[in-house]
Design a protein around this ligand. Structure first.
Ligand SMILES: [Zn+2]
Ligand SMILES: [Zn+2]
Length: 216
């Protein structure tokens, strides 16, 4: 089940304070919410949290979902620094946007692409996923820029490489995300490719920012 972004943020905050900092409960004030807020009602209904007067605690039932949200957040941070080469400020800004886009289907491809990292750029541990546990050393496929491939080439988006934040966000909102399948339909005069079920056209410069892993 998909929980709301706000509920997910509350879970992350609770997990950090309780599991990492050793607190037992966290105050509503610190969570910047209150008992009647929809995100608190949502989490109570799922039995992920308990509320005692104005403090909140994480129930065993909520730990899995909280851990998975933390994992996506910290993987998103790693991705921003390692692949997109962003500085701290831009990393924070984009990681928050990206973590909600980083759903289960792309999460494992990204973790694998990053080499199953154990720590985020703040040096906090990234909870391991299935992919890390079964990480079989698979041979790395060839990664190449979209502007260098010929018509008919198929593969998956490996990463985006641009120092321009606006361009990066534009590519991301077009759905060009690591792990998504891609097939090149045309390379001149513009680059046209099939991305999942959509067809997208970009100029050569933008195609040069998209890197794909060939095959499958
Ligand atoms: Zn971090
Ligand atoms: Zn992994």
């Amino acid at each position: 089940m998909q929980i709301s972004d706000k509920a997910e943020e509350i879970l992350e905050h609770l997990w950090i304070m309780i599991r990492e900092m050793g607190e037992e409960t966290v105050g509503m004030k610190e969570l910047k919410t209150d008992r009647d807020a929809p995100e608190i009602q949502e989490l109570l209904l799922l039995k992920y949290i308990d509320v005692f007067s104005d403090s909140v605690t994480l129930r065993e039932e909520g730990v899995g979902e909280a851990e998975s949200a933390i994992r996506r957040h910290r993987l998103a941070e790693r991705l921003m620094v390692d692949v997109f080469d962003l500085d701290r400020g831009r990393m924070e800004e984009n990681a928050c946007l990206f973590e909600h886009l980083l759903r289960k289907d792309v999460e494992e491809s990204i973790c694998t692409l990053l080499g199953h990292p154990e720590f985020c750029p703040h040096n906090r541990p990234i909870p391991a996923g299935m992919c890390c546990r079964n990480s079989v050393k698979t041979a790395r496929n060839i990664v190449t820029s979209l502007s260098d491939v010929s018509k008919g080439t198929k593969g998956r988006v490996a990463y985006l490489h641009t120092r321009d934040n606006k361009k990066l966000q534009k590519l991301m909102t077009m759905g060009i995300l690591p792990g998504v399948t891609i097939e090149v339909m045309q390379t001149f005069p513009s680059y046209v490719f099939r991305l999942g079920h959509a067809q997208i056209a970009v100029d050569k410069e933008m195609a040069g920012d998209i890197f794909m892993r060939l095959g499958r």
